[in-house]
Every structure is written in C-alpha cells, then in structure tokens.
Design a protein around this ligand. Sequence first.
Ligand code: NAP
Length: 265
Amino acid sequence: MTTAGTKLTGLIGHPVAHSLSPTIHTVALEAAAIDAVYIAFDVPPGQVETALAGLVAAGVWGLNATIPHKATAFAFADERTEEARGVGVANTLFWQDGRLWADNTDATGLMHVFAQLDIQPGDWIEIVGAGGAARAAAVAAGRCGAKVTCVARRPDRATIIQDLARAFGSPAPTRQGTPRMVINATPLGRYGENLDPEHMGLGPGRIALDLNYEGNSNFLVTTRASGGQAVDGKGMLVAQAEAAFARWFGHLPPLGIMHAALGPK
Ligand code: NAP
C-alpha cells in the first residue's frame, strides 16, 4: 500500500524489462518497513535529461541508472563521489544537504565482494575486459591495495584500467607467478565462449570472479572442477544495490534479504 508520504526510488535505463533491481529493492523496502516504492523507468535515449529533471521536480528520493544512461546520470548530478569520478559514470543518484550526488556503487559493491573473498593488499588481480565494469573493478581493487593487470582486445584500454587502479592505490603491475583472482568483466561466457586458456581452470587457492550473473560459464565451471573458487556476478549485483539503498536510507537493508530475493545460490 502506498500513502501520501510514500517515497519514490527507482531505475532509469533502456531497456529495463530484464532488470532484477525492482525485485531486490522492493523485497528490501518491505523487510525494512520503509514507506517507499522502487519503479523501473524505460527512458529512451534523448529523453534522459527530461526524465531526470521531471523525477527531481516530482521529489524523487533516490535513483539508479543503468545502460545506456550512466554517463548522463553522472553529468546531471550537482556533485560526484570519488568512486563515480574514478569509474567515470554513475549508477546511483542520492541527495545530501540539498545537492544531488552521483555515486558508483558498482565500485563500492565490489569492494565488499573482495572483502568477502579475503582479498589482501598486494594480491594480484587480473581483469579481463576494459569497459565500465572493469573500471569499477579497478577502483575497488585499487582501494583494497591489490595489484591489477588488465587484458583486453584493445591494449590501450587495458593500460587505462591499470593506470586507474594505480590512481586508487594499487602497486605497480608486474607479472610474476599467477594472479590470485581473475575477473571476467566482458560478456564472454554467457553463450558458451571460453576465455583465454590461462584464464580457464584456475586451480586451488585461486578465484574466478565472473561479473555475469549466470553461474554456469566455462570460466566458472572449469575453475570449480580444478579445485579453485568460482563466484558469479550476483554478489556484485546485490552489493551495489545494498550500497545504493544505504545512500538513500542511511542504513543497509536487512542482511541477506536481497540475495534471498534472487533465489537459491
Ligand atoms: P562494457 O562497458 O560494454 O565493456 C565490455 C568489455 O568487454 C569491453 O572491454 C569490450 O571490449 C569487451 N568485450 C566485449 N565483447 C568482447 C569479445 N567478444 N571479446 C573480447 N572482449 C569483448 O560492458 P560492462 O558494463 O563493462 O559489462 C561487462 C559485463 O559485466 C557484462 O556482461 C555485464 O552484464 C556485466 N556486469 C555485471 C554487473 C553486476 O552487477 N554483476 C555490473 C556491471 C556489468 P571493447 O571495448 O573492445 O568493445
């Protein structure tokens, strides 16, 4: 039930029909007994500023932005967090002291995931891909003091990712031994594709983190089979959503409630 005081939160993107965010946020709002709704708005490119201005005029409490509107959300805000500036785009807008702030909770969410995986300063993380998710991973890894190397089909982009991690605290990228963790920040694997051979079947003591939600990529399956740790992208999805929720309501949602809303692990 909504009331005259119900707060509006939501997501702008295009398309948004596939998004899991309304499900996990709605479950969290109910569990936390917060009088708010979370609505997915499918906003066509070219209408984003108009939509954002309208939502702000209507008193929106907080927003997520997804593809392809993250850059516009970043530019629209009055202020930007360091994480948003590092990644260069925003996935969350929140209010503080009457100013609209842009944040990137993909980066803060990944820091939480890295902590759960016990990533330590000096650990070597190899990031595969050099797009927006790779940038979030570089910021998070840099904040953790992990060493970052990046491989991408456009080598100049890989260098940018390594430099970004260094700007956020990573030591210099060197290649001795094997990376403790490999992060797949490409869409590869969703339709049966393999990563490069050195990134498959990571053995004991090593971690395969696939930012895609599906847990059955060859990258994860071969690592699991060879005794390594295999982790899919649902943890990141939940962690970025929890961090956005905390930006809007000042506290995290009840522990585990968003993950449970995604179904069995
Ligand atoms: P993006 O900005 O489009 O970047 C994709 C990266 O993958 C680029 O470096 C791209 O290379 C590379 N790539 C694409 N197709 C490739 C191929 N066939 N071979 C080699 N490299 C390829 O996308 P993104 O936002 O970073 O997202 C990357 C993946 O992470 C997506 O599958 C997305 O669903 C997932 N993701 C998950 C979460 C989560 O919460 N779990 C959050 C964000 C993203 P070029 O630059 O050369 O095109």
